[in-house]
Design a binder for this molecule. Sequence first.
Ligand code: UDX
Length: 436
Amino acid sequence: MRISVIGCGYLGAVHAAAMASIGHDVVGIDIDADKVRALSRGDAPFFEPGLPELLQQGVRSGALTFTTDMSAAAGAAVHFVGVGTPQQQSGHAADLSFVDAAFDALIPHLREGDVVAGKSTVPVGTAAVLAERVAPTGATLVWNPEFLREGWAVQDTIDPDRLVAGVPAGAEGERAADLLRQVYHPAVAKGTPFIVTDYATAELVKVSANAFLATKISFINAMAEIAEVTGADVTLLAEAIGHDKRIGRAFLGAGIGFGGGCLPKDIRAFAARAEELGRGESVNFLREVDAINLRRRDRAVQLVVEGLGGSVFGKKVTLLGAAFKPYSDDVRDSPALEVAVRLNGLGADVVVTDPEAIENARRLHPQLTYVESRDEALQDADAMVLVTEWDEYRRELSPEHAASLVRGRVVIDGRNSYDASVWRAAGWDYYGMGRP
Ligand code: UDX
């Protein structure tokens, strides 16, 4: 099928490459000429495992092209819109200007019978408004949220755990849903649940899924706060409650909390939208979820200060990690970077290392010192802080090796990734998050 993908960021670039890999003829369209040039060469503009291979393959075969020219969308049967919906500069609501601009540019190229599939995360009610704008062209709007995780985006796109299509009522909606089933044919053939809904439900599925995940993380971080004043160990607690199938162990990792381009801004936008709808109180708890999450960053800073005897001033503190999570170079709202910035503000001599995210981090916070090599970064450190649990910091760094590099054996484990007893046995002062 001929497909266009409008917006080639984390979502769109992966979607375009994945759709080409399952046999479609795909054009990716973005306003950023540098990004389009890179993608056209088969180069991924960001770090995402598996994406370079897919891009190379698609570009080489001719099934995948990229352009800045929106007229290339003409003739595609399905147009995916996956542009960003960041938090507004002032306030918590989502900024829909990129979505509006994408639809403005796309609408003149739509033909009767085309399907426009919105993938961006939008406030509930947006699709209904966009559908009215699309209607005069004879095309049909569907809302088709994505649930991909950075670091697993290729797999999550080709083999998702569910597909959701918000469609208009009647035959038009049925036809559009059928077309989407054809687009996602390998997943549909293997029996992946394909849930057809109205627009509002599809929009809400996405934001409520992210709200639930954020709540789960903040729940366990709230337990970490209680553990901290009672001497309990939140990692054992998570394991024990996680064995209850109704609860489940996933997303009960206590630490410095969630960040990234989705969870933080999505829960804020959801709360802002609920307020507009006169139902602010229904999701008031999301403000607590946000507040608990942000407090964990304070806690990590506090532990470094404590570990260094009351002041970090003039002390060398090495942060292992800058990305908001491993297998990503994304530093948007990264708890890791925020801890680094705060320590720098307290007068510490902060050194940050990360296998993939240094370039992005430097652009955002040029005042910090960045060192590529882990071991070089740890040289003569007075304290080491694990903030992004990359394998090379978590599994592949022994306390003995780290001790041979640092000046002071003080470790703050911001992701509860280490075995405290092993590090203590090697002579380290170990500080976890919600652990004795
Ligand atoms: C998230 C959703 O998982 C995905 O379905 C949606 O499409 C986009 O938002 P992503 O932002 O890639 O995906 O990251 P995710 O893996 O969900 O992690 C989010 C944050 O939570 C990271 O900062 C991570 O370190 C943190 N986290 C995750 C925890 O602190 N504890 C956990 O137990 C799990």
